[in-house]
Design a protein around this ligand. Structure first.
Ligand SMILES: NC(=O)c1ccc[n+]([C@@H]2O[C@H](COP(=O)([O-])OP(=O)(O)OC[C@H]3O[C@@H](n4cnc5c(N)ncnc54)[C@H](O)[C@@H]3O)[C@@H](O)[C@H]2O)c1
Ligand SMILES: N[C@H](C(=O)O)[C@H](O)COP(=O)(O)O
Length: 336
């Protein structure tokens, strides 16, 4: 591969007081990365330098630039987005943690939408300290959909053959039942099916749909949504020749390993899908946003303030997020 043919991957800095800089540095230390892609950290060399020293990491070098077109395909790049020296308070949630995380995300999105970078890999943010007049969203997923002008996207957690999407995402549990509508499930199923074909190269994907109620309602004894909404909806997909099955009672479905028979699982709400996913795949898991005009992946963990600055953060999920972004780019190219 020519150096200049490598995909350019924007990596957002995340919360600078969290494990985000640590997992970025450790993931980028992997010698395979620079051979396969051109990474650009959107943030500031001062932040990486601070963590390199704090964690006593040697031999981590990078090329600093002020404009994206100065990047080097032979080196790890850091795009300096600010001159400020930030007061780093490792393991604490501060206004600065949110402010600089947002500067990084905004620039990466602008560059992705302009086609200047091929994908974005986001390091973790704190959903509380990033809130501002400019950012009134529950997470990257919601922000990225709005910023890129799509009315619906899908949070899809991925670890090799295990893929778990959610119908409702970052909303209070009290709102789940009313938000799980036929229209919403159909939209999410459409994004999921398309993504499995285009992003994951699966020609005829098998999708499992989980029930909303305990035991998928037990024939209407525990809630009526599974019987009255989910069963007919799934039948409509089957009638169109799609391999969509369910509704499955979530506990037994994961408990007996049935998930292994499907290319993807659609859960009705965040914890229904993410608890089994993270139990099975926390270290390697990647959070992918399907349905965006650009590729966006992320590690499946958060800011982990409790271990920040202690050199305890496992960077595997961050590294997998970089590799999955590449794989999806390749699959999209082959599909088109
Ligand atoms: N991609 C993202 O931006 C993202 C993802 C998940 C959570 N979050 C946010 O992060 C904040 C903290 O969330 P949380 O406490 O629920 O989850 P968390 O993932 O930050 O931490 C959960 C537990 O896992 C441990 N852990 C997390 N990542 C680890 C790693 N790489 N290596 C070793 N141990 C690790 C932590 O120390 C903690 O004990 C919240 O604001 C949440 O919204 C952001
Ligand atoms: N629900 C995600 C997870 O637990 O991995 C996480 O909160 C990140 O969400 P965004 O990608 O929307 O920030």
């Amino acid at each position: 591969m020519e150096e200049t043919d490598k995909p350019i991957i924007a990596i957002t800095i995340g919360d600078v007081n969290s494990i985000a800089p640590e997992v970025i540095i450790k993931a980028l230390e992997d010698a395979r990365i620079i051979k396969m892609m051109t990474p650009v950290v959107y943030g500031s060399g001062k932040i990486l330098s601070y963590y390199r020293k704090a964690l006593n990491i040697r031999d981590f070098n990078y090329f600093q630039l002020k404009k994206l077109d100065e990047l080097s395909h032979k080196k790890l790049n850091v795009l300096n987005l600010w001159e400020d020296t930030i007061n780093i308070t490792m393991g604490e949630s501060t206004a600065d943690g949110g402010k600089y995380a947002l500067i990084s995300i905004k620039q990466a999105v602008e560059d992705a939408l302009a086609g200047k970078v091929d994908a974005i890999v986001t390091a973790p943010i704190n959903k509380h300290n990033i809130q501002s007049d400019e950012f009134k969203f529950a997470g990257h997923t919601e922000y990225l959909a709005q910023a890129s002008g799509v009315d619906e996207s899908l949070m899809l957690l991925v670890d090799e053959g295990l893929r778990v999407g959610v119908v409702t995402g970052h909303i209070p549990i009290s709102e789940v039942a009313q938000k799980v509508t036929k229209e919403k499930i159909n939209k999410k199923l459409s994004i999921l099916e398309k993504s499995l074909k285009i992003d994951f190269g699966i020609a005829k994907p098998r999708i499992a749909v989980l029930g909303l109620n305990p035991h998928a309602g037990d024939g209407g004894v525990i809630g009526t949504e599974d019987e009255e909404m989910l069963k007919p909806l799934i039948q409509e997909w089957k009638d169109k020749g799609k391999l969509v099955f369910g509704p499955f009672p979530s506990d037994g479905f994961f408990g007996n390993g049935q998930y292994k028979k499907f290319d993807a699982v659609l859960a009705m709400y965040h914890d229904q899908g993410l608890i089994p996913f993270k139990t099975l795949a926390f270290a390697n898991g990647v959070n992918f946003t399907a349905g965006l005009p650009f590729v966006r992946t992320s590690p499946d963990h958060g800011t982990a303030y409790d271990i920040t600055g202690k050199n305890l953060a496992d960077e595997t999920s961050m590294r997998q997020a970089l590799f999955l972004a590449l794989e999806i780019l390749k699959n999209r190219k082959e599909y088109s």
